[in-house]
Each structure stands twice: as structure tokens, then as C-alpha cells.
Design a protein around this ligand. Structure first.
Ligand SMILES: NC(=O)N[C@H]1NC(=O)NC1=O
Ligand SMILES: [Zn+2]
Length: 446
């Protein structure tokens, strides 16, 4: 007798989409097969719905401890569930203090253990002020190390330039952990900003201060260092097809590198930023329609490996400065990844197996999150029941993040409705609500 059988859903696996039943025992998928024989203490009818592996979003900023007024682990993880996610990896910033050593790891772990409704991993920082702490962070169980090649916007999290990044990558390689880089050239963006920032600066100037070539310069530099140190490299929020192409070429030459992009680079363009403003400010910035189309091509042909939200929220007051350069950069989109990809992927031929690879299995494998990301026997019973053809306007009441009004997806009509989410065999989200107490657990990389 199983604990749970989910019957009749269209289950999305790496092999395709098939009508299969899930048999769950002790929170783990015990059997995934057509017309599963046997009984269970609980049966769920998933007919008419798709069963997707829970999303594994390895790029969020939930900002706790220290900046829960921007987001928080309870609200952030709730929004993740509402968007079909079951596991997240929290960035070392913008929590305050940032996660840079053993003590700050322990503080975030305790906070997440209390408040997270989803399973979680924790990134450590790689900065000039904490190089000596990388080994203790590895021992504590970080997923990897995040470095900014340009300013992070947070004083306590300085950029890792030249020798610092080199040293950090050498240390990470020795520890067997990946380094994730925010790849924009500080030299170029700082120079351009100095020339363009001033009274009366507009969104146009902001866009001009962070061109695609700033991303390409930094990606090239990071690739040189990864090649030399043997470090596993993950380039976050790649915003251009050209950036993805540089990474794919290095990979073909043997560099252990992967590329992430975010739904906002695939959903919006610089024209949307000029129209909408602050809600769509991010770094790197939104690009032209042509660059977005080239990025989509990279998503479809495998040059892009993973899609993460880069949910980098703030309180609404930080989105109101008249000078765009003073506005907080970051898109609050953690709940909208699946819907954005289903909606914009439809016209571009994104299949459900490829979609779940980008959102679930590829990030789980890349970051060695054992048991996560795939609906095959032996894996955790983490899944979402989704009506992929339902279309609805995204309304403020549906968003569970701390500041729903800051979402740039609000008011859009999106495809795909998440009906239920299950974490390790327990129903944790249904009818638009999170169910039960916070039961998220730390996932250490295997
Ligand atoms: N500090 C921080 O979260 N920065 C993020 N925001 C953004 O738009 N890009 C980032 O890297
Ligand atoms: Zn980020």
C-alpha cells in the first residue's frame, strides 16, 4: 500500500509526456508507470492536468535575515510554490549581512528552517572580503559561490575583480563547488554610467550604460579564468544570444560552464522598460526585440542550460526615484517563471519536456541537488499539477510575494494555471493558498 497515488495525469519526464500514475512512499517516488496497480492511503485524480516536476529555481534573493521588508523566506517561498516551484537556491545577497561565512550561513539556515515552505539550498558569496571563508562555507553546505564582476548595489558585497575572482575560482575548484558569476564589465559600465548619469537621466541612458558588449567582455574574462582554474562556472542571467554563444563555444572546447537566463529577458524588451519603467529595471537590462529573439533561439537549441527567476525584489518605495540610476534594479518575478515560459514559449515551439529540463532537471543536475528535478522512481515526490491550457489575467490577489504590486507581469494574460503543488509527498499548495506549516529543508549538494 502506497502513501499516495496520483492517477491519470499527463506526466512530463525527460522522455516526453505520457499518461502515468505516480506511487509515493515516504515522500519519494516509488513507481512511475501506466495504470499503477495497488492502493494508497490517499489517491489524487490528476486527469485533465499535467504533472510537472517541481521547479528548481536556483536564482532568488529572498533577503532574509535582514531585509524581510524587501521580501522574506515565508513570502518568497510561498510565491515559489504558487508558481509551481518546490526548491530554490537563495543568493548570498541581499540578506543583511550577506552570506559570507559560517555564522551568516547558520543564521540563514535557521531563518529558512523556520519560514520556508519549499526545500532550499544556499549560495555563499565570493568577494574580496571573504576569500578565507570559502572552505568553511563549503563545509557548512553551500551550493556554490556567487561573484559579481560589476557592482552589486550592496556595499557589504563588493565585486570580485581580476585576482580576487581568480583566487576564488581556484579555491572553488579545489573544493569541488561551482562559481556563479554576474557577468557585466565593471570598467565599461562604470565608465558609461559616469558619462550618462546626471539630472534628467532617463531610462534610455540607463540602457545605454549597460550594453551587450559589457556582458560579452565579462563572460570572456570569466571563461578564461574557468579554463585556467578548472572551476565549474555558471553564468547567471545571460541576456543575449551572443553571450550564450560564447559560453556554448567554451563548453564545446571542454570548459565546464553552463548558462542561465531569466524569464524577463524572454518576455520583455527595452521598449517595455521605456513604457513601464522601474518594475522592469534589472541588470543586465532588457534588450532589443532582436536580441531577445536570439536569446530565445539559444534557449531552444541548448546553448542556454537553465532558466532562473533572479527574483530580486525590494519595497515599493525603492522603485520610485526620478533618476533611473537610483532605482533598485531587480525584477520580482519568482511566481511567474512557469507561466511566462508557457506563454511565450508556445509560439516559439518550446516543448514541455524541454521546459521542465530548463526549469527543473538541468538546474538540479548542474548543482547536484540529489532527488530533485525529475519525475522518475527514486526521486523526491515534488511536483505541480498544472492546467497548461488555462489562460487568465495575472491579478494582484494571486501573487504571494511580499510586494505583489511590483511585479511587471501583473495585468498580462498568461497560459498555465498551477492547481496544486506537492513537496516530498505532501500537498503544500492548492486553490491559490499555501497549506500547512513551513516544512522546507536544506538540500546540500551531493
Ligand atoms: N543585488 C541584486 O540582487 N542584483 C540583481 N538585480 C538585478 O537586476 N540584477 C542583479 O544581479
Ligand atoms: Zn540575482
Amino acid at each position: 500500500m502506497f502513501d499516495l497515488i496520483v492517477r491519470g495525469g499527463q506526466v512530463v519526464t525527460p522522455q516526453g509526456v505520457q499518461r502515468l500514475d505516480l506511487g509515493v512512499e515516504g515522500g519519494v517516488l516509488y513507481a512511475v508507470s501506466p495504470d499503477l496497480a495497488g492502493t494508497a492511503r490517499q489517491e489524487v485524480d490528476a486527469s485533465g492536468l499535467h504533472v510537472l516536476p517541481g521547479g528548481v529555481d536556483v536564482h532568488v534573493h529572498f533577503n532574509e535575515p535582514g531585509r524581510a521588508d524587501w521580501e522574506g523566506l515565508q513570502t518568497g517561498s510561498s510565491a515559489l510554490l504558487a508558481g509551481g516551484g518546490t526548491t530554490f537556491a537563495d543568493m548570498p545577497l541581499n540578506s543583511d549581512p550577506p552570506l559570507l561565512d559560517r555564522a551568516t550561513f547558520a543564521a540563514k539556515l535557521a531563518a529558512a528552517g523556520r519560514a520556508s515552505h519549499a526545500d532550499f539550498a544556499l549560495w555563499g558569496g565570493l568577494t574580496p572580503v571573504n576569500l578565507e571563508h570559502l572552505p568553511e562555507l563549503a563545509e557548512a553546505g553551500v551550493l556554490g559561490f556567487k561573484a559579481f564582476m560589476s557592482g552589486s548595489g550592496i556595499r557589504e558585497f563588493p565585486a570580485a575583480h581580476g585576482d580576487v575572482l581568480h583566487e576564488g575560482m581556484r579555491a572553488a575548484a579545489a573544493l569541488g563547488l561551482p562559481v556563479a558569476v554576474h557577468a557585466e564589465s565593471d570598467a565599461l559600465t562604470a565608465q558609461l554610467q559616469a558619462a550618462l548619469d546626471g539630472p534628467g537621466a532617463s531610462w534610455r541612458e540607463y540602457l545605454q550604460s549597460r550594453p551587450v558588449r559589457a556582458e560579452l567582455d565579462a563572460i570572456r574574462e570569466a571563461l578564461v579564468l574557468a579554463r585556467e582554474t578548472g572551476c565549474r562556472l555558471h553564468v547567471v542571467h545571460v541576456s543575449s544570444g551572443e553571450g550564450a554563444a560564447l559560453i556554448a563555444q567554451a563548453r564545446a572546447e571542454g570548459v565546464d560552464v553552463t548558462a542561465e537566463t531569466c524569464p524577463h529577458y524572454l518576455s520583455f524588451t527595452e521598449d517595455d522598460l521605456l513604457r513601464v519603467g522601474a518594475a522592469l529595471k534589472c541588470a543586465p537590462p532588457l534588450r532589443s526585440a532582436q536580441v531577445r529573439d536570439e536569446l530565445w533561439a539559444a534557449v531552444l537549441d541548448g546553448r542556454i542550460d537553465t532558466v532562473g527567476s533572479d527574483h530580486s525584489p525590494c519595497s515599493p518605495d525603492l522603485k520610485t526615484a526620478p533618476n533611473p540610476f537610483r532605482v533598485w534594479g531587480g525584477v520580482a518575478g519568482v511566481q511567474s517563471t512557469l507561466q511566462a515560459m508557457l506563454t511565450h514559449g508556445e509560439e516559439r515551439g518550446l516543448t514541455l519536456p524541454r521546459l521542465t529540463q530548463l526549469l527543473s532537471s538541468a538546474p538540479a543536475r548542474r548543482f547536484r541537488l540529489a532527488g530533485k528535478g525529475e519525475l522518475t522512481a527514486g526521486m523526491d515526490a515534488d511536483f505541480a499539477l498544472v492546467d497548461v491550457e488555462a489562460r487568465a489575467e495575472l491579478r494582484r490577489e494571486a501573487l504571494l510575494n511580499r510586494w505583489p504590486q511590483t511585479s511587471p507581469y501583473l495585468g498580462g494574460t498568461y497560459r498555465g494555471q498551477v492547481r496544486e503543488v506537492w513537496l516530498r509527498g505532501e500537498r503544500v499548495f492548492a486553490q491559490g493558498q499555501v497549506l500547512g506549516a513551513a516544512r522546507g529543508r536544506l538540500v546540500r549538494p551531493a
